[in-house]
Ligand binder design. Structure first.
Ligand SMILES: Nc1ncnc2c1ncn2[C@@H]1O[C@H](COP(=O)(O)OP(=O)(O)OP(=O)(O)O)[C@@H](O)[C@H]1O
Ligand SMILES: CC(=O)N[C@H]1[C@@H]2OC[C@@H](O2)[C@@H](O)[C@@H]1O[C@H](C)C(=O)O
Length: 367
């Protein structure tokens, strides 16, 4: 493919199970040349129930209905983007045990390529896990490109507050042409997923919108301390999590009122990030927050109170925090098509830099 810049369409169905994001990005897999439009296809209540019931399952474990939800949602959304030359299809993570059974993103990229008539890159995480890596997070190489795009000249950190949280520290002054040099990345801990589960179970809500419930509650310090005793927080990065690895959180807040439980879980997500910040090799100039959690003012205020550098949404740097992960998988798709790595020892703990992803070609990309 040389260093040609292509319009890639990245699509992400995240651990929050709210829907599929898609975003266009023009890139050669090293630099961001232009951002394009994005789109969103929410899952219906019934679809979300099907996906939730499929969580924790592996291929061959009765996933036909969930697969058809994922395929249909993506095909519908992606049909609105005829200008895409290449598609990066993350799929829906159902299970993630990098040191155990592997990692499982539901989705059939070959079928999607046929349905769309576009080349599709998919199954981004398996190769990394096969080489001893965590398989996640994979956005860090894209965060590095964002730091360059922003013309950052000092270390910055990116925090994604999705269902799970993940942090990337990047020094934009150091890099090689194909592998970003100075990076450290890892999952920080649970973020929105347990809060969604709490308010879903107790109040039938999708999420604690704008932190309205948490704002009325008191943080239960005892529960917060027990949470921080989890072994995950003593592990050195790189490290990653499955969506429900911290299901004990619901037990820790079971006796609390709705508002106190929401406040405590929000504080848990923020405290996990504060612990994570201690791993940064040097203090970042600022912490740029992406993902749905940046819309939660209670979570953002807790982070700002506990972190030494400014904590701001990525919009402060001209980026789009609702689309950044989808853009990341468009960017990574181009890297895979180039034969370039998508992860490295410092981002996933993989033995050597590796390019994940299967490529299902139907010939849309002129190389
Ligand atoms: N206004 C808001 N107030 C509170 N929470 C919000 C708001 N908007 C979004 N969220 C939270 O953000 C979540 C969606 O975040 P996002 O789309 O970044 O997650 P995801 O991509 O599914 O997860 P992951 O990054 O773990 O794969 C919602 O499910 C909700 O919990
Ligand atoms: C296994 C998996 O799907 N992990 C997701 C999840 O959601 C956030 C966090 O946990 C991160 O590790 C990853 O997603 C982002 C997009 C990543 O790979 O960078």
């Amino acid at each position: 493919m040389g260093a040609r810049s292509v319009w890639a369409l990245g699509c992400m169905s995240g651990t929050s199970l709210d829907g599929v994001d898609a975003a266009l990005i023009r890139t050669d897999g090293a630099q961001i040349h232009e951002f394009g439009r994005g789109g969103y296809r929410p899952y219906s209540e019934a679809e979300r129930r099907v996906l939730k019931a499929a969580l924790g399952r592996w291929p061959g474990e009765g996933l036909e209905e969930a697969l058809s939800v994922v395929q249909r949602a993506h095909a519908e959304l992606l049909a609105d983007f005829p200008e895409a030359e290449l598609v990066g299809f993350h799929g829906q993570t159902l299970a993630h045990e990098p040191q155990g059974r592997g990692t499982h993103q539901l989705g059939d990229g070959a079928a999607l390529a046929e349905a769309l008539g576009r080349d599709v890159v998919w199954d981004f995480r398996s190769a990394d896990v096969a080489l001893g890596g965590e398989g996640a997070p994979l956005a860090p190489f894209y965060h590095f490109a964002c730091a360059k795009w922003m013309k950052a000249d000092r270390p910055v950190a990116f925090l994604n507050l999705g269902g799970v949280g993940n942090l990337t520290w990047v020094d934009p002054r150091k890099s090689s042409p194909e592998i970003p040099g100075a990076l450290l990345a890892f999952d920080t801990g649970p973020a929105n997923a347990p809060i969604n589960d709490l308010v879903g179970e107790r109040l039938g809500l999708d999420c604690d919108r704008d932190g309205a419930l948490a704002a009325q509650g008191e943080v239960a310090d005892g529960a917060l301390e027990l949470f921080l005793e989890e072994g995950f927080f003593r592990r050195m990065p790189p490290k990653s999590l499955d969506r429900d690895d911290f299901s004990l959180m619901l037990d820790l807040v079971r006796e609390l009122s709705d508002a106190d439980a929401a406040a405590t879980m929000t504080a848990m997500a923020a405290a996990a990030v504060m612990q994570g910040m201690e791993h940064c090799p040097s203090p970042p100039e600022r912490l740029l927050v992406t993902g749905g959690g940046r819309h939660n003012p209670v979570m953002m205020a807790m982070l700002a109170a506990g972190i030494d550098c400014p904590v701001v949404p990525v919009e402060a740097a001209g980026l789009d925090g609702d689309m950044l992960e989808a853009q990341a998988f468009g960017f990574l798709a181009v890297r895979v098509a180039q034969g370039w790595p998508t992860s490295a020892p410092a981002t996933t703990g993989v033995a050597a830099p590796v390019g994940g992803g299967q490529v299902s070609r139907v010939g849309s990309l002129v190389v």
